[in-house]
Design a protein around this ligand. Structure first.
Ligand code: ME8
Length: 513
């Protein structure tokens, strides 16, 4: 009986997927890098939902700390007014990018302040927090004490000597436990080279983490519950958002539903905070570690990282206004091989748009709808006896369905997209080889089957692309009157009239220099 119960429970657990993005600093408006991680989370969430999984998708804003305080001061605003003013820039962009997050968290919300203060008290009561006078090199831009080696590397700006009494978290106590966990759970940190980077970092003795800031120096943060003169270090505060968002300490049922089936997505810049600070904090709190931490690469402009401080950012809103939301989502998901850096250029954007979306996908729709219009008065024809070539396309569609499920489980969105585009290209090739425009002159029944097969492959490709290009893929399904969205072959209904339509993705003509 117990075994059956366990089996049912495990089965039910399998379908719970919790996906998070970093919570972004509200020191400036969002750029392509932020849009990328958020779209990635959204695409993964949508693929999982399509598979029937239960998904909780959390994103939000990191509103405390020195960076935000400085940004507010520069604008002559109170910190809260500054955050309230900038927050809609993020939420409106997410709406425009058709992001379907389950919840949106801001670290200045009461629900989060309570969780941070409770967590601090718990860690303190466990004997893992102590006060100490510390003198060392402090990087103002990084908001933390840095080691002598780090100082000498020259990689840190605004470095000054600082002597201060602060509160410290006994991170060092959990060093070996963390190393063991990483070694015992090969999927915990992905991709592999990032895992090795973290293990390399952990070869050095781990120091303790300074988790407070004296209010007289930096007051914009959550007050330490056991010392009113201090606020919480922004990272100790921010990381806890992942458990606040699913009801930690408030709604046990909800928390247990989603934790620890979580995948934390981020770029490699915040690998250490997520793979060292966060797990050791969780050890101290007695909470199990997240299932997966995935650090993707950077969007570069030329050879440098796109970032606010370098002033080389691309505004996603400009791209959306010019080329449409689906084109932006498609480019970002298709162009970056997960785990590696990618270069953003308008040329590569236009090239990918024209080849994949205009030529391959958009053109396939034009061809099938034009041929059905001409030969069958716009009515989806019946599928007759299928021959070898038809079966091959059907089998390919099936294989792509399976490959997508596999790829999404390992977060390889670009592989899933390439697989669908292969189906689209093979369908175009099938049409060229079968030439239904010629066949229709002698054998209308065979032409009907060819067009049914090609249209069904197009429908399945559209279903497969729904998570990536939700609006345009839905448009195709509407044109085909495909109300339900199973990706199973044979679901296309014959006898219905195709809707008239414009070009799905009009080609972008680039003027030659
Ligand atoms: O680090 N390429 O916030 P942040 C790819 N508040 N992704 C990029 C990118 C780029 N050029 N630039 C930014 C913080 N990103 C903290 C996080 S989480 C508890 C606290 C994305 O506003 C990427 O996801 O600096 C990166 O990790 C994140 O934005 C950093 O955002």
């Amino acid at each position: 009986m117990e075994r059956v119960r366990k089996y049912i429970l495990e089965k039910a657990m399998k379908n719970k997927i919790y996906i998070t993005t970093p919570i972004y600093y509200v020191n400036d408006k969002p750029h392509i890098g932020h849009a990328y991680t958020t779209i990635l989370a959204d695409v993964l969430a949508r693929y999982h939902k399509a598979e029937g999984d239960n998904v909780f998708f959390l994103t939000g804003l990191d509103e405390h700390g020195q960076k935000v305080q400085q940004a507010a001061q520069e604008r002559n605003l109170s910190e809260q007014a500054h955050c309230d003013d900038l927050a809609p820039r993020f939420t409106q962009l997410w709406e425009k990018l058709e992001i379907q997050n389950t919840d949106f968290i801001r670290t200045t919300e009461n629900r989060h302040i309570k969780v941070v203060q409770n967590a601090l008290q718990k860690v303190y009561d466990a004997g893992d927090i102590y006060a100490d006078e510390y003198e060392g090199w402090y990087s103002v831009s990084e908001e933390r004490f840095i080691t002598k080696t780090e100082k000498e590397s020259g990689a840190f700006r605004d470095v000054k000597k600082l002597k201060e009494r602060n509160w410290f978290f006994k991170m060092s106590k959990y060093q070996q436990k963390l190393i063991d966990h990483i070694n015992d759970n090969p999927d915990f940190i992905q991709p592999e080279h990032r895992k090795n980077e973290v293990l390399g970092f952990l070869k050095q003795p781990l120091g303790d983490l300074c988790i407070s800031r004296p209010k007289e120096r930096m007051s914009w943060g959550i007050e330490i519950p056991f010392d009113k003169d201090y606020v919480t270090y922004v990272w100790f505060d921010a990381l806890l958002n992942y458990i606040t968002g699913i009801g930690y300490g408030v709604d046990d049922e909800k928390f247990k539903t989603w934790w620890p089936h979580v995948t934390h997505l981020m770029a490699k810049d915040i690998l250490t905070t997520h793979c060292v600070y966060w797990p050791t904090m969780l050890f101290s709190l007695g909470i199990s570690l997240p299932k997966k931490i995935f650090a993707h690469g950077w969007w570069l402009i030329g050879k440098t990282k796109m970032s606010k401080s370098l002033g080389n950012i691309v505004d996603p809103l400009d791209l959306v206004d010019q080329y449409g939301v689906d084109a932006v989502r498609y480019y970002l998901m298709g162009e970056m091989v997960l785990g590696q850096d990618a270069n953003f250029t308008v040329e590569s954007f236009i090239k990918r748009y024209n080849s994949d979306l205009a030529n391959d996908f958009g053109n396939l729709l034009n061809r099938v709808s034009g041929l059905i219009q001409k030969n069958f008065s716009g009515i989806v024809p019946e599928c007759g006896q299928m021959v070898k070539e038809d079966e091959e396309l059907k089998q390919l569609a099936k294989r792509v369905n399976e490959l997508i499920i596999k790829s999404i489980r390992s977060l390889e969105v670009h592989t899933a997209i390439y697989a669908t585009m292969e189906l689209v290209r093979m369908t175009n090739l099938y049409l060229e080889r079968q030439a239904p425009w010629k066949v229709a002159k002698q054998d209308l029944e065979r032409a009907a089957t060819i067009l049914y097969v090609a249209t069904e492959a197009l429908r399945i490709a559209a279903v497969q692309l729904l998570p990536v290009i939700p609006s345009k893929a839905q448009e195709v399904l509407d044109i085909l009157s495909a109300k339900e969205t199973p990706s199973k072959w044979g679901s296309l209904v014959s006898g219905v009239a195709l809707k008239t339509h414009e070009a799905l993705f009009p080609r972008i003509e680039v003027e030659k220099e």
